[in-house]
Write a protein that binds this ligand. Structure first.
Ligand SMILES: Cc1cc2nc3c(=O)[nH]c(=O)nc-3n(C[C@H](O)[C@H](O)[C@H](O)COP(=O)(O)OP(=O)(O)OC[C@H]3O[C@@H](n4cnc5c(N)ncnc54)[C@H](O)[C@@H]3O)c2cc1C
Length: 476
C-alpha cells in the first residue's frame, strides 16, 4: 500500500485528491494536508467583494467530501518537506506538529500573497484591499460599502483597482472587480461620484499576462486591447498601464513606469492584487541541510520538468520548454500543480526599466489550468502505481483554457467577457500568426450569455468539487 500526500486543497490539489481518492482510495492511502477545512471557490470572491454574494456561498466543507472519496484529511499548515526521508511536517490546526509520510507528494499550495514585496500594500499591514482570499474579500466588501455611504453623502471617491507589484499576475480578477464595481455604482445611481482608475503592470491594456488575445483573421483581427479599451471607454474607466507599484501610503500609490519615471496616483479606495510567490515551505535534507535549490526557484515555486533560464526570445519558439509531467527532476516522487509549479518564464513580453526594475506580468495559471494539471498529475501517479510508468503529459503550450470575466453577475442585465485560448501559452512554431494561437480555438465574446455561463460555472464547479454524481464529466 502506497501513500500519496497532497499539500493544498485548491483547484489543483483538490482535483487531484478527487481523482486519486476515486481510483486508489480503497487500496492506497491518500492524504490531503490543507490549511482550511473548506474548498474556496476563488472566482466568486469578486462578487463577495462587491457584496453581491454571501461568503458562505463560495466555500464547500472538505471533510464530508473526503470521507466519501476515501481521502484522509489533515487540517494544518505544511511547514517542512523532507524529500530524502519522504515526509512532510505539518503544524496541525489547534495541535502540535505531525509527520505525514509519503511515497508520492503533490505540492499544490497555490501562491503566497506577497504583500511584503510592496511596502504599504495589503489589508493587514498596509493601506490597500485585496480579494485574493475570503477574509480579504469580506474586508474589501465592507470598505466598498463605506465608499458607497460617502458617495451617498455627496462625496466624490477615487478608486484605484488593479495590481500592486511590478511582477504581479491575476490581472483578470482585478478587471472583473473594477467592471463589477462600475456596474454596481450605475445601479445605485452613484457612478458620477466615483473616479475609477485601472492600474496595472501589463505592457498594454488587455494583455492580462497572457500576451493579449487576438481573435478573427485577416483584416478582421480584433485584439483584447481593442475590447478592453472600448469597455473602459464605455464605462468611463481611466487607465494607467506599464506601471509598477513601488510602495503605497495612506492616500497614494507610488510607482515607476516602463520608461523608469517615478510618480504617484492618489486614491481613497484601492484594491490591488499583490505579487504571487511560492509557499514558504522549508525543504530539508537527510542531514538537516537546506535542499531548496533542488526543489524550488528563487521565488519559491517548485521546479518541474520545464527548461528554465531561456531568454524570452528563445522561450517563445521553444514550446517544449513548458513542463509536460510536472515532476521534479531531482526528486522523482515529487510533483507540483497549479500556481505552485515554476513556469519557465513569462507569457507577456518582459521588461526591465532603465532603473533595473523587472516590470513583467508573471504567467497566470487560472482555475481551469490548475485543475487540468492537478488531474494530469493524479493520473500519472495512478499509472505509476498501477503500471510503473507515467502515461499522461500536457504542456501549457498544448492546453486549452477558458476564462469568463464577469462584468456584473446579474442574469437580467449582467455581462461578461468570455475568453478561450488554444493553446494557453502561445506556440509560435505551430501558429505563425500574431499571437501564436489557433484562430478557431481562440475567441473573445462579450454579452449577457457570458453572465449566465459564469453563474452556471459557479454552480457546476461547486457540484463537482463536492464529488457529486457526474463530477468527472464536468470539465475542470
Ligand atoms: C479573486 C480571484 C478571481 C479569480 N477568478 C478566476 C476565474 O474567473 N477563472 C479562473 O480560471 N481563475 C480565476 N482565478 C484564479 C484561480 O483562482 C487560481 O488560478 C487557482 O485558485 C489556482 O489554484 P491552485 O490550486 O494552484 O491554488 P489555490 O486555489 O490558491 O489553492 C492552494 C491551496 O493550498 C493551501 N495551502 C497553501 N499553503 C499551504 C501549506 N503550507 N499547507 C497547507 N495548505 C496550504 C491554501 O490554503 C489553498 O487551499 C481567480 C483568482 C482570484 C484571486
Amino acid at each position: 500500500m502506497a501513500t500519496v500526500a497532497i499539500i493544498g486543497a485548491g483547484f489543483a490539489g483538490h482535483t487531484a485528491a478527487l481523482y486519486l481518492g476515486h481510483r486508489l482510495g480503497r487500496d492506497h492511502h491518500i492524504v490531503m494536508i490543507s490549511k482550511n477545512d473548506y474548498f474556496l471557490y476563488l472566482p466568486s470572491l469578486v462578487w463577495v467583494g462587491v457584496g453581491h454574494m454571501p461568503p458562505e456561498k463560495v466555500r464547500v466543507p472538505l471533510k464530508p467530501v473526503y470521507d466519501r472519496m476515501h481521502v484522509h484529511f489533515v487540517q494544518g499548515t505544511a511547514r517542512e518537506v523532507h524529500p530524502d526521508e519522504n515526509y512532510v511536517l505539518v503544524e496541525k490546526a489547534g495541535g502540535g506538529p505531525v509527520r505525514v509520510n509519503y511515497d508520492y507528494l503533490l505540492v499544490a499550495t497555490g501562491p503566497k500573497l506577497n504583500f511584503e514585496g510592496t511596502p504599504g500594500l495589503g489589508p493587514q499591514h498596509g493601506h490597500t484591499l485585496s480579494i485574493c482570499c475570503l477574509n480579504h474579500a469580506i474586508q474589501c466588501r465592507d470598505a466598498y460599502g463605506q465608499c458607497i455611504e460617502r458617495m451617498k453623502r455627496g462625496e466624490r471617491v477615487r478608486m484605484v483597482i488593479g495590481v500592486g507589484h511590478p511582477r504581479s499576475t491575476c490581472q483578470g480578477a482585478a478587471f472583473e472587480y473594477i467592471t463589477n464595481v462600475h456596474k454596481d455604482l450605475v445601479k445605485l445611481g452613484l457612478r458620477d461620484r466615483a473616479e475609477l482608475m485601472w492600474f496595472s503592470n501589463e505592457p498594454a491594456i488587455g494583455d492580462f499576462g497572457v500576451g493579449g488575445v487576438y481573435t478573427g483573421s485577416g483584416s478582421r483581427v480584433r485584439s483584447s486591447e481593442d475590447f478592453t479599451t472600448s469597455i473602459f471607454r464605455e464605462f468611463d474607466i481611466k487607465w494607467q498601464v506599464r506601471k509598477g507599484a513601488r510602495h503605497v501610503v495612506a492616500d497614494r500609490v507610488c510607482w515607476e513606469d516602463y520608461e523608469g519615471n517615478f510618480g504617484e496616483t492618489e486614491y481613497d479606495f484601492a484594491m490591488l492584487i499583490p505579487q504571487f510567490i511560492g509557499s514558504p515551505l522549508k525543504y530539508i535534507g537527510r542531514n538537516g541541510e537546506d535542499v531548496s535549490s533542488k526543489l524550488v526557484n528563487q521565488d519559491g515555486f517548485v521546479i518541474v520538468d520545464g527548461f528554465y533560464g531561456l531568454p524570452y526570445e528563445r522561450l517563445v519558439y521553444t514550446p517544449e520548454a513548458w513542463p509536460a509531467t510536472y515532476q521534479n527532476p531531482n526528486y522523482r516522487n515529487i510533483f507540483a500543480a497549479g500556481i505552485a509549479f515554476a513556469a519557465p518564464g513569462s507569457i507577456s513580453v518582459p521588461h526591465i526599466t532603465r532603473n533595473g526594475t523587472n516590470m513583467t506580468a508573471s504567467a497566470p495559471r487560472t482555475g481551469m489550468v490548475s485543475g487540468t494539471i492537478g488531474r494530469l498529475v493524479a493520473k500519472n501517479i495512478i499509472s505509476l502505481l498501477e503500471q510503473g510508468r507515467m502515461t499522461h503529459q500536457e504542456r501549457m503550450t498544448e492546453m486549452f483554457s477558458a476564462c469568463i470575466a464577469s462584468m456584473s453577475g446579474s442574469l437580467w442585465d449582467g455581462s461578461a467577457v468570455s475568453i478561450t485560448l488554444f493553446p494557453t501559452v502561445p506556440n509560435f512554431l505551430r501558429y505563425r500568426n500574431r499571437c501564436g494561437r489557433d484562430p478557431f480555438g481562440t475567441r473573445i465574446e462579450i454579452g449577457l450569455a457570458g453572465a449566465w455561463m459564469k453563474r452556471m460555472i459557479h454552480t457546476t464547479m461547486l457540484w463537482k468539487v463536492q464529488g457529486n454524481l457526474g463530477w468527472r464529466i464536468i470539465p475542470e
